[in-house]
Design a binder for this molecule. Sequence first.
Ligand SMILES: [Cu+2]
Length: 123
Amino acid sequence: MSKHWLRSIGLGSLLAVGVTLVLQPSAPAQDNEKAVDIISKAGKFFFKEDNVTIKMGQSIKWVPLDAGTHSLVATEPAGAFEPTGSFSKPKTAIRKFDKEAKEIKYHCIFHKETMKGTIKVEK
Ligand SMILES: [Cu+2]
């Protein structure tokens, strides 16, 4: 009886390893999210990419890489996405875009001169 029990354990472990290997490849894919880094140069903040094009249904995740507080709002058309409110590292801000838009202009209300960008949402 104890031999049979050990054999069951062995088989269970093999199955567990198999399941782990099958599940791993799907983990890194984050196609529905586009990351836009917020960087600083000489004490000023910038979007690493000012102009971003995404597909309808995708999200943009803004990622502050340096100390600094940001708050993003759409200016044209106004309210094209819900304002992010203030956020700073290690927090990020995410907005999903599920309507087609030729161009959305936006900026950070704290760093208007340098943190300006456009988002194009394609079908
Ligand atoms: Cu900012």
